[in-house]
Design a protein around this ligand. Structure first.
Ligand code: KG4
Ligand code: ZN
Length: 337
């Protein structure tokens, strides 16, 4: 079976074709970074309009890349939520309409389930059950995963998501949007130990996160110091170290609580090399293993939507002619497959 995946939940138009036997046959991505850069963040209306421009041409390119026609497909999967409602509606309406026109089932996909299952596109596939750390621009979640659709939310951010904290702190440091990867690069030149930021909510039990205070700590430090490149790098280092330490402490706690030793990390921030290194060290100590997607499948993409859509399609999930975008769709409300 073969499925087309459409991702338009935020600022990336992602299209892919997944084949059960061959894997990803085509993968197209258009990043809107340049569209939003002048504004320092995603402008929802501009995002929707750009998805309208890019989705169909990218689908045509993906079909060409794979040497396929719509007749060779068995379904159309699209991100139905969570995300920006206007942006989601573009993917939903195009996905649903193509499915109708091509006489195929249309499969709504949960964006975070897409992220969560992305490591399964790699050679070394994690076995169930495992703990997943989902870290993106919109979400920070720890989830116990017992199977596809069997998700127990263990903890989440009570304010900013990890990626959001990276982006906001990067902005304070004068870096362009999206600042996460740029801040990470800058931190490579930072001096360990010059600044020390708190590890929020690690001194009490529980698996929730709070990152907005870290951004404030960074803002206060920026105000008090000079604005040399070295000082900026030192602040970036201390901020990144605090986020990563906090994530690692909570991952360890979640694994101990669930008595598991397999960890999956996914979502945009999982592309962060220091985070990967830190979690590799933690998992080594726990005699466990950490799994993550290749960097291009960490940030938003169509491949993860096609893959998650295939799992749902095989279990018989598809929609009638109506379509619905669900900008606030709880991950733990999904049905098991
Ligand atoms: O998963 P994603 O592409 O979109 C959402 O679903 O939100 O995640 C985007 C987020 C942004 O906040 C971006 O700054 C962050 O992931 N990000 C990073 C890195 N690469 C992307 N944060 C830290 N280090 C990175 N290398
Ligand atoms: Zn995402």
């Amino acid at each position: 079976m073969r499925i087309l995946g459409i991702e338009t939940s935020c600022d990336e138009t992602g299209i892919a074709i997944y084949d059960e036997d061959k894997g990803i046959m085509a993968h197209r991505l258009f990043s809107q970074i340049a569209v939003h850069a002048d504004y320092g963040g995603v402008v929802p209306e501009l995002a929707s309009r750009d998805h309208v421009r890019k989705t169909i041409p990218l689908i045509k390119e993906a079909l060409n890349e794979a040497g396929l026609t719509p007749k060779d497909l068995d379904g159309v999967a699209y991100t139905a939520g969570p995300g920006l409602v206007g942006a989601l509606l573009v993917g939903c309406s195009i996905g649903r309409s193509l499915a109708y026109g091509w006489d195929l089932p249309a499969v709504p996909v949960h964006h975070m389930e897409g992220h969560l299952l992305a490591p399964m596109l790699e050679e070394n596939v994690p076995e169930f059950p495992f703990v997943a750390l989902l870290v993106s621009g919109g979400h920070t979640m720890l989830v116990r995963v017992d199977g596809i659709g069997e998700y127990e939310l263990l903890g989440e951010s009570v304010d900013d998501a990890a990626g959001e904290a990276f982006d906001k702190t990067a902005k304070l440091l004068g870096l362009d949007y999206p600042g996460g990867p740029v801040l990470a690069k800058m931190a490579e030149d930072g001096t360990p130990g010059r600044f020390k930021f708190p590890r929020p909510m690690t001194d009490r039990p529980g698996l929730n996160f709070s990152f907005s205070g870290l951004k404030t700590a960074a803002a206060t430090t920026i105000k008090k110091t000079d604005d040399s490149d070295q000082t900026k790098a030192d602040i970036a280092y201390a901020f990144q170290e605090a986020v990563i330490d906090t994530l690692a402490i909570k991952c360890r706690r979640a694994l101990e609580q669930c008595k598991l030793n397999r960890l999956v990390i996914a979502g945009g921030v999982s592309a962060n090399v220091s985070l990967r290194n830190k979690l590799a060290t933690v998992m080594k100590k726990l005699n466990g293993e950490v799994f993550y997607p290749r960097p291009e499948y960490c940030t938003d993409n169509g491949a993860m939507i096609a893959f998650a859509g295939m799992q749902r399609l095989k279990s018989g999930v598809h929609t009638d002619l109506t379509f619905k975008a669900n900008p606030r769709w709880p991950l733990d409300s999904l049905d098991p497959v």
